[in-house]
Design a protein around this ligand. Structure first.
Ligand code: 6R9
Length: 646
């Protein structure tokens, strides 16, 4: 984080989209910010007009902190809004272009998306899924993932998509917490040319759960799989038996559209609940203004549908706008390191949205790779998931965008549902490394411990002071944690994001990263506590603590400090075993970069691990006063060990 603060302070350059871009932009009225502030509810009511309602709402907002209801008594359907309403004018327009890792591809027009979604919805009904049932989707980046989400939405069954790269243990935990009786998975998929046996992972996860009624299996990799009679059903079998007519359920604005599990500061992931009306309003308008989506755009977001970015800006936001969305199944370096650039060239991608880790990786691979390709179709670039350092921003701007594409650095979270801090490319000049300013209608403040606004230039807590339509409604089954996590720091009407930020003299916001035990590794959100719990579940481990260590490419990597049980000998083999254990428990994204064997962890006299000290050790910064530690001698020892390989 240090490097980012320093370089951001030094970064003074300002960039602006070209005049022709600004002239044609979906939103280019600089007064929009003021208008939204002056008539807050009127603003959100006006953007809600972009959604088709079966029954119009009669009240924009009911705010009983920390609970908000938006567009009260309105009724609508998400899949209707993403598909049906476009059919009369765009039935033959391409909705989804899917490129497989093996260079196989499939496309769906809006008409085809309609038929597939309706059939999928009828298949779910046939299996007994009812309005209100939570359906877990455990699919990789294939069109059926989007179709399954929309099918659930069509029949009013909230979906809970679990990232396909999560382990069977992680899946089991999420299925159980959601109380899902239905799971959608596939036989398998290829990642960097290697088959991942998704069905087997699903089977293992579900083995320990009693209440599973059906598993709907998409045939994707022609992998021969084990089938449980009576429980498992092939999608391609049931597809032939069901009708393509499936009227969309009329959902109340506040009905749950989906759950998205995300990491917090405890060992247990939390199911963030999103509503239907507010979420759709927020994602539709942000996609329209931030990405400037037009009818002839080919839009590509490289996130996975298993994360919030995939929900809001692969599925809902772009399809609500009737856009053409590209989905890519595989890795950026398969088979070669220019795969992304050849995809952009082949499909004429115009809008490209990715994460800083990816950009820094491309920098490392060299600008000769994008230079080999014609990327002139691009007209806008986006960044999300972690702070982007100015150097990476400038490289992106120059080598991918050819100095003609605005770069939108978008700050938001699983909990916010929509982009919250961002440039609007038709209006705001950009500074490399700054997420610029709150989206119209969003009120952000940077606060100190007591809730006072910090002076310009100083770091503080990034807080949101007014409700917004796509905000988290609660944590599934844990209302107490919802209040405690987000609404208890300064009173129950200010949202605590968990991030630190500062503003500069032009009022530009610079997000500095997490202030809590959440870490972003390559843009993937993980909790240090989750990783700790998985480490201590290994029989050789007595105690463990996990910290994020700054990394030039990945933003942060995971370092696990482990105290072994007595008599367990240390070895490199055991280190590898422990890393593998975390992969089994959570998934490959949580694999520690380093395991440090420690005799002891830095502790207070009352025996609590001093995280502040451990964080300083990990990142080679000043640990503050360590004399009050029970065991100050461990500081030097751990420092030596963790920086051994630097
Ligand atoms: C969308 C998403 C949320 C956390 C968030 C922050 C970090 C996201 C960022 C950014 C700086 C940006 N984050 N975008 N930090 N600049 N443009 O990533 O959601 O997975 O819930 O993570 O990601 O730390 O608090 P999620």
């Amino acid at each position: 984080m240090h490097e980012i603060i320093e370089s951001s302070l030094a970064e003074e350059r300002v960039f602006q989209a070209s005049k022709s871009f600004r002239m044609q932009a979906n939103m280019n009225d600089p007064d929009i910010y003021k208008k939204a502030e002056e008539d807050f509810e009127g603003f959100w009511a006006s953007v809600a007009e972009d959604i088709d309602w079966f029954e119009k709402w009669d009240k924009v907002l009911e705010w009983k902190p920390p609970h908000s209801k938006w567009f009260l008594n309105g009724s609508l359907n998400a899949s209707y809004n993403c598909i049906d309403r476009h059919l009369s004018s765009k039935g033959d327009k391409t909705a989804i272009i899917w490129e497989g890792e093996m260079a196989n591809n499939r496309t769906f027009t809006y008409n085809e998306l309609f038929y597939s979604t309706c059939r999928f919805a009828n298949a779910l009904k046939e299996l007994g899924v009812q309005k209100g049932d939570i359906v877990t989707i455990y699919l990789p980046m294939i069109p059926e993932a989007v179709i399954a989400m929309l099918a659930c939405a069509r029949i009013g069954a909230p979906h809970s998509v679990v990232f396909a790269g999560f382990s069977q243990e992680a899946l089991a935990q999420r299925v159980e917490d959601a109380g899902s009786k239905f799971v959608i998975t596939c036989d398998g998929y290829y990642h960097k040319g290697k088959l991942v046996n998704q069905k087997e992972k699903t089977d293992n996860a579900l083995e320990k759960l009693d209440d599973i009624e059906h598993v709907l299996v998409v045939n994707h990799a022609a992998n021969s799989v084990f089938f449980t009679e009576g429980r498992d059903v092939w999608w391609h079998d049931i597809e032939k038996q069901v009708d393509y007519e499936c009227p969309p359920e009329h959902m109340d604005s506040e009905d749950t559209l989906f759950l998205m599990y995300t990491s917090g500061t405890t060992g247990k992931p939390k199911g963030v609940v999103h509503s239907t009306g507010g979420y759709l309003v927020g994602t539709a308008i942000s996609a329209k203004w931030v990405f400037d989506l037009k009818d002839d755009d080919v839009y590509w977001c490289t996130a996975d549908v298993g994360w919030i970015t995939g929900h809001s800006y692969i599925t809902y936001g772009p399809l609500l706008n009737g856009a053409t969305v590209l989905m890519y199944e595989g890795a950026p370096d398969y088979p070669e390191k220019d795969r992304f650039w050849s995809i952009i060239e082949n499909y004429g991608v115009t809008i490209f949205y990715t994460a800083p880790t990816a950009i820094r990786t491309f920098m490392k691979w060299g600008e000769q790779l994008p230079a080999k390709h014609d990327l002139s179709s691009l007209r806008l670039l986006g960044s999300v998931g972690e702070p982007i350092n100015p150097k990476a921003w400038l490289w992106y701007y120059e080598h991918i965008g050819d100095k003609k594409c605005p770069v939108v650095d978008t700050w938001w979270q699983t909990e916010t549902g929509m982009i919250m801090i961002t440039p609007l490319p038709g209006i705001t000049p950009m500074k490399p490394g700054s997420a610029v300013r709150p989206f119209p209608g969003i009120e952000v403040s940077i606060l100190d411990e007591e809730g006072n606004a910090v002076p310009e230039g100083y770091g503080g807590y990034l807080a949101i002071k007014k409700p917004w339509p796509s905000m988290i409604r609660t944590i599934h089954g844990d209302e107490e944690r919802f209040i405690e996590t987000y609404w208890s720091k300064w009173g129950n009407d200010i949202y605590m994001s968990g991030d630190g930020a500062r503003t500069d003299r032009d009022g530009y916001i610079w997000v500095l990263g997490r202030l809590d035990d959440v870490i972003k590794v390559s843009g993937h959100r993980l909790g240090t506590m989750e990783i700790e719990s998985s480490l201590v579940s290994h029989p050789a481990v007595a105690e463990a603590a996990v910290e994020g260590k700054e990394d030039e490419i990945k933003g942060e990597v995971i370092v696990g400090y482990v105290v072994l049980e007595a008599d367990v000998p240390v070895s490199d083999e055991l280190k590898e075993q422990l890393k593998g254990h975390v992969v089994d428990e959570i998934g490959p994204i949580a694999r520690p970069a380093a395991i440090v064997f420690a005799r002891d962890l830095p502790k207070t006299r009352s025996g609590k691990i001093m995280r502040r000290v451990l964080r300083a050790i990990t990142n080679n910064t000043y640990p503050g006063d360590v004399t009050t530690l029970q065991n100050p001698e461990v500081v030097e020892e751990l420092k030596r060990k963790v920086h051994l390989s630097d």
